[in-house]
Ligand binder design. Structure first.
Ligand code: NDP
Ligand code: ZN
Length: 361
C-alpha cells in the first residue's frame, strides 16, 4: 500500500512528493512535504494529471505579489479518489475527481452561500501559495504533486466517461472562460471576440462557438490562425485596430497575460457592449481603462471575472464532458516544467501543457 494511503487511513499527516520553486528566479526541483490528515469530510486524490496555467507562472515568479516559497504550483488537477473520510457523501474510492483554484472558504458569508466561494468575505483558501486557516495555518501546495487532500465540498465530480487526460485544464481555464460567457448571457448570433489565444483563449472560443456566437480572435501574431479557422472562428486578427476592423462586438473576453492597451478593445465594442477581463498581467505592468473612451464612446461595460464558484464549476465540467469540449493538450513529464514555463512566456507554446504525474514520479 502506498505510504500516503496508509497515512490517510491512520489519520496522520499525509506525505506528498511534488515539484517546487524555492524563489521567484529558481528552477523546479523535487520537493517532499506533508498535507493535513484526512478529515471526516475530506477525500484523498491520487493526482493523475495537472495542467500548467499561466497563473502558475505569475505566482511562481512573484509577478502579482510576493509568493510563499517553496511553492508547489498547480490548480488544474484531475485524479482518482483513493480514500474518503467517514462523512463523505459525494465520492467513493475509485471515482475520478477534480480540484481547481480553491480548497476552502468560510461557507457562511453571502458570497459563499451563493456559491461564489472565490469571493469569500473571510478569505478564500487557494489551492497553493495560500495559508490554510482551517488547518493550523499550514501553507497549501498545489497539483504538481502525487496527491492532494481536500474537502469534498471543494472537489468536483468527474464522470467516468470523461477524457481524463484532458480534464485538468477545465478546472481553471474551463471555468474562467465559461463563467463570463454565462454572466454576459451570450447567445446564438452574438458577436464575441477572444483576446489572447492560449490555454484560456482556446476554451473561450470553444464555449462561445457552442453557444452559437460568431467568434473572432485577437492574437499577437498569426501563428495559430489555421487552428482558429479550423475551429470555426470567423477571423484571427494580429492587432486590434478599430480602423481596419469593421466588426463591432457584443463581448470581448480578454485573456491577455502581458502589458497591452485596452483602448482599442473598448472601441471595438458595440454600443452597450461588454469587455470582460480575465487575463491578469504582472502588477508592475499596469493596464488601465481610459475613462474618456468609456464616456465618449457610448455605454461600454468593463468587468473582471475570477474563476467561478464550485456550483458553476461542476456545471461547466458536466457541460464540457457532455458536449465533448476539451482543451488541446501536450502531455509532458515534470522534468519539462521549466521548459513549459519558458515556452509559455516566449510565445512558443500552443495551448495547454499537462503534466502526466504517473510518468513523473
Ligand atoms: P497562456 O500563456 O496559455 O495564453 C496567453 C495567450 O495570450 C497566448 O496565446 C499569448 O500569445 C497571448 N498574448 C500575449 N500577449 C498578447 C497580446 N498583447 N495580445 C494578444 N495576445 C497576447 O495563458 P493562460 O491562458 O493560461 O492565462 C491567461 C491569463 O489569464 C493569465 O494572466 C492568467 O493568470 C489569467 N488567469 C486568470 C484567471 C481568472 O480567474 N481571472 C484564471 C486563470 C488564468 P502567444 O501564443 O504568442 O504566447
Ligand atoms: Zn489557472
Amino acid at each position: 500500500m502506498k505510504k500516503y494511503l496508509e497515512e490517510a487511513n491512520k489519520n496522520v499527516s499525509i506525505s506528498s512528493k511534488g515539484w517546487a520553486v524555492d524563489s521567484k528566479d529558481s528552477k523546479f526541483k523535487a520537493y517532499s512535504f506533508t498535507r493535513h490528515p484526512l478529515g471526516a469530510k475530506d477525500i484523498l486524490i491520487e493526482i493523475l494529471y495537472a495542467g500548467i496555467c499561466h497563473s502558475d507562472i505569475h505566482n511562481a515568479r512573484s509577478e502579482w505579489a510576493p509568493g510563499i516559497y517553496p511553492m508547489v504550483p498547480g490548480h488544474e488537477i484531475a485524479g482518482r479518489v483513493i480514500a474518503v473520510g467517514k462523512d463523505v457523501k459525494k465520492f467513493k474510492v475509485g471515482d475520478y475527481a477534480g480540484v481547481g483554484c480553491m480548497v476552502n472558504s468560510c461557507g457562511e458569508c453571502e458570497p459563499c452561500k451563493q456559491s461564489n466561494e472565490q469571493f469569500c468575505e473571510n478569505g478564500v483558501v487557494f489551492t497553493y501559495n495560500s495559508v490554510d486557516r482551517f488547518h493550523d495555518d499550514i501553507v497549501t501546495y498545489g497539483g504538481y504533486s502525487d496527491n492532494i487532500v481536500v474537502s469534498e465540498d471543494f472537489a468536483i465530480t468527474v464522470p467516468k466517461e470523461a477524457d481524463i487526460q484532458k480534464v485538468a485544464p477545465l478546472l481553471c481555464a474551463g471555468i474562467t472562460t465559461y463563467s463570463p460567457l454565462k454572466f454576459s448571457k451570450i447567445k446564438k448570433g452574438d458577436k464575441v471576440a477572444v483576446a489572447g489565444f492560449g490555454g484560456l483563449g482556446l476554451m473561450a472560443v470553444k464555449y462561445a462557438l457552442k453557444l452559437g456566437a460568431e467568434v473572432s480572435v485577437f492574437a499577437r501574431n498569426k501563428n495559430k490562425e489555421k487552428e482558429a479557422l479550423e475551429l470555426g472562428v470567423k477571423a484571427l486578427y494580429d492587432s486590434p485596430d478599430p480602423k481596419k476592423i469593421k466588426d463591432r462586438f457584443d463581448l470581448i473576453l480578454s485573456t491577455i497575460p502581458t502589458k497591452y492597451d485596452l483602448t482599442p478593445y473598448l472601441e471595438l465594442l458595440k454600443v452597450g457592449g461588454e469587455l470582460a477581463i480575465v487575463g491578469l498581467p504582472p502588477s508592475a505592468d499596469h493596464v488601465g481603462v481610459e475613462l474618456s473612451t468609456l464616456v465618449f464612446k457610448a455605454n461600454k461595460k468593463v468587468y473582471g471575472s475570477l474563476i467561478g464558484g464550485i456550483k458553476e464549476t461542476q456545471e461547466m465540467l458536466d457541460y464540457s464532458v457532455a458536449n465533448n469540449i476539451y482543451p488541446e493538450i501536450e502531455l509532458i513529464t515534470a522534468d519539462k516544467i521549466d521548459m513549459a514555463y519558458e515556452n509559455l512566456t516566449n510565445g512558443k507554446a500552443k495551448f495547454r501543457y499537462v503534466i502526466d504525474m504517473k510518468k513523473s514520479i
